[in-house]
Design a protein around this ligand. Structure first.
Ligand SMILES: Cc1cc2nc3c(=O)[nH]c(=O)nc-3n(C[C@H](O)[C@H](O)[C@H](O)COP(=O)(O)OP(=O)(O)OC[C@H]3O[C@@H](n4cnc5c(N)ncnc54)[C@H](O)[C@@H]3O)c2cc1C
Length: 408
């Protein structure tokens, strides 16, 4: 029996832009009776919503519960850049997990962006999905050396990549740095909007049941089924449970599978069209801590980064003003003439694993459960991968299940 006795985590502070832009969505009811379903999904963030999508699409009856208002965990705090390149260089990942698996992981991330676009088209929703090019900029000479090495290995494995030298970067993007990796297969979304659109769609078309303010506090394995107990003393009987609790997985798992960090985001006032860089591409850099940059539908600049290697909300929140200054200062290293001014800012928790890869699938200590833990800077692409893999596991058609296994 699994009993959760750790207090809720404070996942974010400040004013996440997406919540203000979209406003509160129609909330769902709290569960106040005992119910039965085929699959119970814990967590209504982007991971839970996508998992529900794949399962509903395969004709599986699902219930989602969330202890918060739906989709208001890390999903509201995200800067939502979709990139196939993860925080760990491919050449480093090869050292950690071997060439075959490292390349597979990168290719799965690339594929996941196309998968997400297909889902959006199929459900006729929007999620403000936009394809974008992306620049991974060398912050200094050492960074450029790494990028050269990375370029060779990605090219060898036919991943989309172009190496720009200092002159090319300056002439095309007017950015004066040593060089960059460029690709045109990245995207940006509004994750909060997308998440709610997916939930609404399946609520209407697939009989998906969503309950908010419904916390799972205990899980029991019984003969032939699994029973989840809510804080309000109701039960949900299911064949399987999918745990998609975001960065609060330590309540569900006994072992520590990630390092929790704090990260900071600012959003500018709307800018004039001629104040943007070429292609409004996504930008990030080789320095650690780094910043990552995107634009929004209403012509704002969103910059995140300056991560701290701790989760303590009080310490995290105290640093917000200082981090805003640091982010703007670093942004101006790329765009010295920018008139960027801050309109919104917030900070949030995010987790990262040792190799930068997610944990997806079954866990030996938790029978009848699947875990969808997409950690790292690419959490959303990992959510897409996790959702599809879990559906495949459930319907008995698993592929590459070892890639993101707990015991990899
Ligand atoms: C500032 C910031 C910037 C980011 N930028 C990017 C980016 O550019 N690109 C990218 O790909 N990723 C990014 N990420 C990561 C990405 O946002 C996350 O990986 C993703 O949103 C996680 O979604 P999730 O559904 O797994 O978690 P969440 O959105 O946190 O959802 C999990 C839900 O589970 C619920 N829950 C937990 N435990 C229980 C329980 N016991 N009972 C009931 N409900 C429970 C929670 O209330 C929560 O709502 C960023 C994250 C942050 C914080």
């Amino acid at each position: 029996m699994l009993i959760f006795n750790i207090k809720a985590m404070d996942l974010k502070s400040g004013l996440p832009f997406w919540l203000i832009k979209n406003g509160l969505t129609d909330d769902y009811l709290t569960l106040d009776t005992n119910i039965e379903t085929e699959i119970l999904i814990i967590g209504s963030g982007i991971t839970g919503a996508l998992t529900a999508h794949f399962l509903c699409d395969a004709g599986v009856k699902c219930v989602i519960v969330d202890k918060r208002m739906s989709s208001t965990g890390s999903t509201t705090a995200s800067t939502a850049q979709l990139q196939y390149e993860i925080d760990t260089y491919l050449f480093d990942l090869i050292d950690k997990v071997g060439e075959v698996n490292a390349v597979k992981a990168y290719k799965k991330c690339l594929e996941s962006i196309y998968t997400l676009e297909k889902i959006i088209k199929k459900l006729k929703i929007d999620g403000h999905f936009n394809w974008r090019s992306s620049l991974y900029i060398a912050s200094n000479a050492a960074g450029f050396k790494d990028l050269e090495k990375e370029y060779e290995i990605r090219k060898k494995h036919k991943l989309p990549v172009t190496l720009l030298n200092q002159k090319q970067l300056k002439s095309k993007f007017n950015i004066d740095k040593k060089g960059a990796l460029y690709n045109d297969c990245s995207a940006q979304i509004d994750t909060f909007k997308l998440c709610n659109e997916i939930l609404d769609y399946h609520k209407k078309h697939s009989g998906l049941l969503v309950y908010s303010h419904t916390e799972i506090v205990k899980i029991e394995n019984k003969k032939g089924y699994i029973l989840a107990h809510t804080e309000k003393k109701n039960t949900i009987k299911a064949k399987k449970i999918v745990a998609a609790p975001g960065f609060e997985s330590e309540k569900l798992l006994k072992e520590k599978v990630m390092q929790l960090n704090s990260t900071y985001v600012i959003v500018s006032k709307p800018m004039k069209e001629d104040e943007f860089w070429q292609e409004k591409c996504l930008i990030w850099e080789t320095a650690r801590p780094y910043i990552y940059i995107r634009t929004t539908e209403d012509n704002r600049i969103m910059v995140g980064g300056f991560d701290e290697p701790f989760q303590d909300p009080k310490r995290r929140d105290k640093l917000m003003e200082k981090k805003n200054e640091a982010i703007i200062k670093r942004f101006k290293k790329f765009f010295p003439d920018s008139k960027i001014e801050i309109d919104f800012y917030w900070c949030g928790t995010f987790g990262e694993t040792k190799d930068g890869l997610p944990f997806i699938g079954e866990h030996k200590d938790h029978p009848n459960m699947y875990f969808a833990l997409g950690y790292g800077g690419n959490g959303i692409t990992f959510s897409v991968i996790a959702a599809e893999m879990i559906k495949d596991l459930y319907v008995g058609n698993p592929t590459d299940a070892d890639l993101f296994a707990f015991d990899r």
